[in-house]
Design a protein around this ligand. Structure first.
Ligand code: NAD
Length: 251
């Protein structure tokens, strides 16, 4: 029996490294997946892969930093699929730098993409989940939102806010059987990470050596955790911030 048969899942940043793995994992387990991303080509590629493998998915292009785009996105999904059982708020950006290195645009855009999108999307989705009698929301925070890494103040502060947003939402909507949890990954090998590694003049092997488990994580490992939190197996998990780090401490 597949865990997500008959369920509809919306995944933001679905065209990216971790997002595409989440989409594929949920689809493999029977979900009808809405792959949404501002990169329409990447989102469509993920849909094509899912459909080729016998799953069900469609793509919607949306810039989730914009309130109107978020409400339009959810309206489109409700019109087409009639329900939303799972919302994976995964999209995010990482503007690097300490306070003096960052521009105002870096700061505001980080909040717009990493945090405000969750406010807009949850506000649009939760009324439908309440009507349906429940649902699952899984937010992608970061280990760096719990323990800040140096020189990433905008990223770290937005992810700390995502952690608090998750706990707040969980407390307010648990009575409606809406479970809200967050994953807090350490270093995961994705285009976002590889871009940062290159900019810092390092290699992935350099990062691997810093992890007690012997290597950084891969997107499929985060996707497996997201799938668990979204599933009925995690029935009593609500308001949890789950780290997935290979035992690496933030240095
Ligand atoms: N890679 C890591 O090491 C790591 C660690 C901890 C947390 N995370 C988090 O995991 C999530 C996914 O990261 P990733 O590494 O897969 O990055 P990624 O860059 O591969 O994917 C991010 C996706 O989000 C999309 N996106 C960005 N801005 C958007 C917007 N305004 N509207 C719609 N889509 C937008 C991008 O087009 C991209 O497809 C992020 O929230 C990130 O902060 C990543």
């Amino acid at each position: 029996m597949k865990r997500f048969s008959g369920r509809v899942a919306v995944v933001t940043g679905g065209g990216g490294g971790i997002g595409s793995a989440i989409c594929q994992r949920l689809a493999e387990e029977g979900a009808h997946v809405v792959v949404t991303d501002m990169n329409a080509v990447a989102a469509q590629e993920v849909v094509n892969k899912i459909v080729t493998n016998g799953g069900a998915a469609y793509a919607i292009e949306a810039d989730i930093s914009d309130s109107r785009s978020c409400t339009d996105l959810i309206t489109q999904v409700m019109n087409k699929s009639r329900r939303i059982d799972i919302l994976a708020n995964n999209a995010g950006i990482n503007r690097r730098g300490n306070l003096l290195a960052l521009t105002e645009d870096d700061w505001h855009t980080s909040f717009a993409v990493n945090l405000n999108s969750m406010f807009y999307l949850c506000r649009a989705v939760i009324p439908h989940m309440i009507k349906a009698g429940g649902g699952a929301i899984v937010n992608t925070a970061s280990q760096w939102g719990l323990y800040p890494a140096p020189n990433h103040i905008a990223y770290n502060v937005t992810k700390a806010a995502v952690a608090s947003f998750t706990q707040n939402l969980a407390r307010d909507y648990a009575p409606y059987k809406i479970r809200v949890n967050a994953v807090c990954p350490g270093e995961i090998r994705t285009p976002m990470l590889e871009a940062g590694v290159m900019r810092a003049g390092k290699t992935v092997a350099d990062l691997d050596r810093l992890v007690p488990f012997g290597r950084i994580g891969n997107p499929g490992e985060v996707a497996a955790l997201v799938a668990f939190l979204a599933s009925d197996e995690a029935q009593f998990m609500c308001g949890s911030l789950v780290e997935i780090t290979g035992a690496q401490a933030v240095a």
